[in-house]
Write a protein that binds this ligand. Structure first.
Ligand SMILES: [Zn+2]
Length: 295
């Protein structure tokens, strides 16, 4: 496993380990955000060098997080997966070492007892399953898989065939339900004491983030509440992949205001290394600070 793929943060008695599937992919910001540009990126020097290329393109990663507590191992989102047919070339027929990577990180698939998908886009559900002898079977056989009730209401009736928005359900969600491993939960569900969901709708109707608290320390795993740290500076910018961009902007602004200048560690689901940091107000509004001494 490449060294940059793994990183662990400690929040009280809880450990959060990141495993990266696609590291630091670059694309113009306009691919993600309506009106995004290199000029906009260059207004925020704190985006460089981790979150933007010198030319002002965005860097974005695809990754999951394992939350380890004294009693649980919770996989938050499951990336894209191998052997898939997807809408974008870079995600087609991937063949990564993801399963070996999670094992090397001390969390082999059999050790995971809970899977939580923040929402049901293809890049958050892929490794729910893997292909064995031509069949899609659950990757985490000992886990209960938590999906949002509101989220599932949106997806469940979508046509499975010939629809690139929902074709991933066939290989990544339906087999989990067929295996009896799915559990549908509310958007404020408490997974265990100290690990709970917070509703962050907009990107998708039932989108959730994950709040962790232990021994007075706090962290939030964002999911796709935001995709790139520039959205901390400009929360209302419309995401091209958000189902309700206006609600998404409102949710993001409320989140940024709630966690600005707080000691809560914000772990960005698509943020490349160093991935986690703190929201701090500065002369331009808000910034994402990854160096604790700069907060
Ligand atoms: Zn995503």
């Amino acid at each position: 496993m490449a060294k940059e793929h793994m990183k662990t943060w400690t929040i009280g008695k809880v450990e959060v380990t990141r495993i990266v599937e696609v590291n630091g992919h670059t694309d113009p910001l306009s691919f993600l955000l309506e009106g995004g540009s290199a000029e906009l990126m260059k207004q925020y020097d704190w985006l460089f060098p981790h979150f933007a290329t010198p030319e002002g393109d965005m860097r974005i990663s695809f990754q999951c997080f394992v939350v380890k507590t004294p009693t649980h191992r919770i996989m938050i989102d499951t990336c894209i997966g191998n052997d898939r047919q997807r809408r974008f070339d870079i995600f087609n027929n991937m063949n990564t070492s993801f399963l070996a990577d999670i094992a090397a990180a001390g969390c082999p698939a059999e050790s995971i007892n809970t899977v939580l998908c923040t929402h049901l886009h293809f890049d958050h559900v892929g490794w729910n399953t893997h292909r064995v002898n031509g069949k899609w079977v659950p990757t985490f056989p000992n886990a209960r898989y938590l999906f949002g009730k509101t989220e599932w209401e949106h997806w469940k009736t979508m046509p499975r065939e010939g629809n690139e928005e929902s074709m991933h359900l066939v290989d990544s969600i339906d087999p989990i339900i067929a295996a009896g491993l799915a559990e549908f939960v509310d958007t404020d569900f408490k997974i265990i004491p100290g690990v709970r969901l917070i509703p962050t709708p907009g990107h998708t109707p039932g989108h959730v983030s994950v709040h962790i608290s232990s021994e007075g320390k706090e962290a939030v795993i964002t999911g796709d509440l935001m995709h790139h740290p520039v959205q901390i500076a400009v929360p209302e910018m419309k995401g091209n992949f958000c189902m309700d961009p206006v609600q998404s902007g409102k949710t993001r602004r409320a989140f940024v205001e709630r966690y600005a200048n707080q000691p809560t560690l914000i772990i960005g689901s698509h943020f490349p290394d160093p991935t986690a940091g703190w929201i701090a107000s500065d002369e331009n509004g808000w910034a994402f600070r990854t160096d604790p001494s700069g907060v």
